[in-house]
Design a protein around this ligand. Structure first.
Ligand SMILES: NC(=O)c1ccc[n+]([C@@H]2O[C@H](COP(=O)([O-])OP(=O)(O)OC[C@H]3O[C@@H](n4cnc5c(N)ncnc54)[C@H](O)[C@@H]3O)[C@@H](O)[C@H]2O)c1
Length: 330
């Protein structure tokens, strides 16, 4: 069993801990939070050891996996220090998204994981939904033919405390799905809008050109609602079109040469009945890969994948600042 410790024990860290506990490959042995009451409460709930700083935990525990469920500025600044410390100690790390709100730090994290030769994953949980996996399988089987375009929306109701909060905290998911299914993006151009009096650019319209020559568009918003579908991905190819909606609910395939539409609907008896279940599916896969001895570059939803999504986001931000079409650095 992989000895696992969770760092950062608010809602998400506690959810992660439960996901590790239900994995057949992992056990939670310790928790760590710089706010003692949070570590105390989680340790008591889970029946594990507690620490108030990561270096002490790493000194006392022999860990296989360190889970970084901290937050910080734009929900990502506090991933940097614990991730580097755990990687330096030789632990496999699964960090929450965004990999980091600071792109230089994100690059450093990926470089450190490569240097340490350990597995580094980011919680890009949307890509682990059965609908997304099936969509990827259909694309790889050639059912869509050559990809022409992608249209993606990602909407939620939230407020952002900084200018780029919406972009950096929400769109790691969107960018990751777009890149996973359609390949590397070469250039982006964006327009953004914010509500009167709002500091955060809460609506974004981003055009993309892919290395393959395909074209794409992302519409993101923090000004929508949690009452209706929050996500839709539509990909058109030379042979057909796929649409999947609300992360894991429905997937359709529309072949160009037939009226027979394939619809895959998530059953209420399935493994995924609510959004939190996507965390379990993702975390179980990370544990499974580490337990099976996957090499760092075999990790699905890796630190590198998290970095690529963040590079796309930073390019979109630069485009909004300058008005230019911006190259996404490779
Ligand atoms: N993947 C998803 O779909 C999804 C959904 C929601 C949130 N998230 C992510 O989950 C993360 C955590 O969210 P949250 O709402 O629980 O965050 P939070 O900010 O409420 O809690 C973070 C906790 O980490 C602790 N912490 C910070 N730095 C620490 C350190 N160096 N050592 C030990 N503890 C430290 C804090 O004291 C706090 O208790 C965020 O990065 C967020 O973006 C992901």
């Amino acid at each position: 069993m992989l000895k696992t410790a969770v760092v950062g024990l608010r809602d998400i860290g506690n959810l992660h801990a439960d996901c590790y506990r239900s994995s057949p490959h992992a056990e939670v042995v310790a928790v760590c939070d710089i706010i003692p009451e949070r570590a105390d409460a989680a340790a008591e709930r889970l029946g594990v050891r507690k620490y108030y700083d990561l270096p002490t935990m790493l000194e006392k525990e022999d860990l296989d996996i360190v889970d970084v469920s901290t937050g910080g500025v734009e929900r990502g600044s506090d991933h940097y220090a614990p991730t580097l410390t755990a990687l330096e100690a030789g632990c496999n790390v699964l960090s929450e998204k965004p990999i980091c709100n600071n792109i230089e730090h994100a690059r450093e994290m990926v470089a450190k994981a490569a240097e340490a030769g350990v597995c580094f994953g980011v919680n890009l949980n949307y890509r682990f939904s059965p609908a997304c996996r099936k969509a990827k399988q259909w694309i790889e089987e050639g059912r869509l033919g050559e990809i022409n375009f992608v249209n993606k929306v990602q909407w939620i109701r939230s407020s952002g405390k900084t200018e780029w909060y919406h972009m950096r905290a929400l769109h790691p998911h969107s960018m990751d799905i777009i890149r996973l299914l359609c390949g590397e993006v070469k250039q982006v151009h964006s327009y953004m809008k914010r509500r009167e009096g709002n500091i955060c650019w809460s609506n974004a319209s981003i055009n993309m050109l892919f290395e393959s020559g395909a074209i794409g568009h992302l519409n993101g918003s923090y000004d929508m609602t949690r009452l209706h579908p929050m996500e839709r991905t539509e990909i058109g190819g030379t042979e057909g079109r796929i649409v999947f909606e609300n992360v894991f609910e429905d997937l359709w395939f529309y072949p160009h040469d037939s009226t027979e539409v394939t619809h895959v609907h998530n059953s209420i008896f399935s493994d995924l009945t609510c959004f939190n279940d996507t965390f379990r599916v993702r975390i179980h896969r990370f544990c499974e890969q580490v337990a099976e001895g996957a090499t760092p570059d075999e990790i699905e939803g890796s630190g590198y994948d998290g970095l690529r999504a963040q590079e796309m986001i930073e390019a979109a931000i630069r485009s909004h600042q300058t008005g230019d079409v911006v190259e996404v650095p490779l």
